[in-house]
Design a protein around this ligand. Structure first.
Ligand SMILES: Nc1ncnc2c1ncn2[C@@H]1O[C@H](COP(=O)(O)OP(=O)(O)OP(=O)(O)O)[C@@H](O)[C@H]1O
Ligand SMILES: [Mg+2]
Length: 358
C-alpha cells in the first residue's frame, strides 16, 4: 500500500539514469525531464483549448510520472542499506545490496558491502575464538574439578602424584590465560616495546637455559647448539618479548624433536638485519601448512600420527611469536629445510633500521 504505481509496474532492473556517474547530473536530468514534460503537457493542453484548470493538474501529474520513471531505482541501494543495517544489528550479515549505479550512492553501497563483509568475517572469527577458548579452558578445569571432587569425597588421597597433576593443569590454565591476554592486547594494539641493546649470543644462551628446563620436565632428551656469527653480534630488541618468541619456538622444537635430537639456533648478520634460525630434526612442516600454523588455535598433527590427533598444545604459540616479531618490524616464517623444521626470524638490528622497515 502507498507505493507509486510506477514502482510496481516498472521492471526491477530498470534504472534509466544508472550510467551517469554523479548524483548532481542525475538530479539535473531529472529536473530537466520533469520540467520539459510539464511544459510540453501545458503546451498541448493550451493548444487543445483545455483551459488552465485542466491543463495545470495534467502538467503536474506528467512531471511527477516522468520523475518517477527517471528516478526509478535511484534510491533503492539506500533502502537496501537501511534494511541491511537493521539486519546486521540483529547479527544477520546476509542481506545483499544490489549495486549498479556508478554515482555517490553506488560508491556508498560498495563501501557498505565491503564493511558488511569485514564485519561478518570479524564476527565469525570472534565466535570461533570464543568457542576455541571455552573448549581449551574446559579441559583443564574439568580435570581439576574431577580430581578435587574425588579428594573431597575421600575417593582419592591428596598424594604428591595427584597434587602434581593438579599443578600441571593449573599451570596450563595460567599459560592459556596469559596467551589469551596477550592476544587481546594484540587486537587492541596496546603493546609498547622497550628496546635495549643485547648480545645475541648471551640472549640465546639464556633462552636455551630456559628451554632445557622445559625439555627435562617433559622428559625429552634433546641437545641444543647455539652458533652466532660474528660472536660479538648485537641487536636492539625488547628482551622480554623476544624471549617469548624464542621460548615458543624452542618449546615447539622440543615437542617435535625425536629423542636425542639436536636443536640448532644460528644467528647471522645480513646487512641491517639479524637472522635467527631455530632448526630441529623433527618431521618438519609441509609447504601447504607453512602459513596456516601461524593462525590462532591452528594445530598440526603429531609426528607419525595419521589421525587428526593434535600436538598437545593450544595452537597459540606461533600466532603470539609472529605478532611479537612483527612488533619489532621483523618477520617470522618457515624456511625451506632438507630435514626438520626451520623457523626463521628476521629482525632489524637497530631502531633506525626498524623505522625504515616499518
Ligand atoms: N618445530 C616444529 N615441527 C613441526 N611442527 C611444528 C613445529 N612448530 C610448530 N609446529 C606445528 O605448528 C602448530 C602450531 O604451533 P603453535 O606453537 O602455534 O601451537 P602449539 O604448539 O600446538 O600450541 P601452543 O604453542 O599454544 O602450546 C603445531 O601444532 C604443530 O603442528
Ligand atoms: Mg607451540
Amino acid at each position: 500500500m502507498g507505493k507509486p504505481a510506477t514502482r510496481r509496474s516498472l521492471p526491477e532492473g530498470f534504472r534509466p539514469l544508472d550510467s551517469f556517474g554523479s548524483i548532481k547530473i542525475k538530479i539535473g536530468l531529472l529536473v530537466t525531464g520533469a520540467v520539459v514534460a510539464a511544459v510540453g503537457m501545458t503546451w498541448i493542453g493550451l493548444k487543445n483549448e483545455m483551459g488552465p484548470t485542466r491543463t495545470l493538474p495534467l502538467a503536474v501529474v506528467t512531471g511527477l510520472v516522468v520523475t518517477q520513471i527517471l528516478a526509478h531505482g535511484m534510491t533503492r541501494p539506500l533502502r537496501q542499506m537501511t534494511e541491511a543495517a537493521r539486519a546486521m544489528a540483529k547479527g544477520d550479515y546476509s542481506t545483499k545490496v544490489s549495486i549498479s549505479s556508478g554515482d555517490e550512492v553506488g560508491e556508498l553501497a560498495r563501501a557498505f558491502t565491503l564493511m558488511a563483509q569485514d564485519l561478518a568475517q570479524a564476527d565469525a572469527l570472534r565466535r570461533e575464538m570464543i568457542a576455541n577458548v571455552s573448549h581449551e579452558l574446559r579441559t583443564p578445569v574439568a580435570a581439576l574439578q574431577a580430581e578435587l571432587e574425588n579428594m573431597v569425597d575421600g575417593v582419592t588421597e591428596p598424594d604428591s602424584q595427584t597434587l602434581d597433576l593438579l599443578l600441571t593443569q593449573t599451570r596450563r590454565l595460567t599459560r592459556l590465560v596469559t596467551d589469551i591476554l596477550d592476544l587481546s592486547r594484540l587486537d587492541a594494539d596496546v603493546v609498547e616495546l622497550r628496546p635495549v641493546e643485547v648480545e645475541v649470543e648471551g640472549f640465546l644462551d639464556d633462552a636455551v637455559a630456559a628451554a632445557r628446563l622445559v625439555a627435562s620436565s617433559a622428559g625429552k632428551h634433546v641437545a641444543f647448539v647455539v652458533d652466532v656469527v660474528p660472536r660479538t653480534l648485537r641487536m636492539t630488541v625488547d628482551v622480554e618479548r623476544l624471549h617469548q618468541v624464542a621460548a615458543n619456538l624452542l618449546s615447539n622444537a622440543i615437542r617435535h624433536s625425536p629423542d636425542a635430537g639436536i636443536i640448532t639456533i644460528t644467528a647471522v648478520s645480513t646487512g641491517k638485519w639479524v637472522q635467527l634460525d631455530f632448526k630441529d630434526q623433527g618431521p618438519g612442516i609441509a609447504p601447504e601448512d607453512r602459513e596456516r600454523i601461524f593462525e590462532r588455535f591452528e594445530r598440526g598433527k603429531m609426528a607419525g600420527s595419521s589421525s587428526a590427533a593434535s600436538s598437545g598444545g593450544t595452537g597459540l604459540g606461533l600466532a603470539i611469536a609472529r605478532w611479537a616479531v612483527r612488533l619489532h618490524a621483523g618477520s617470522l616464517v618457515v624456511a625451506d629445510s632438507e630435514t626438520g623444521a626451520d623457523f626463521r626470524v628476521r629482525l632489524p638490528r637497530s631502531p633506525t633500521a626498524r623505522k625504515a622497515a616499518s
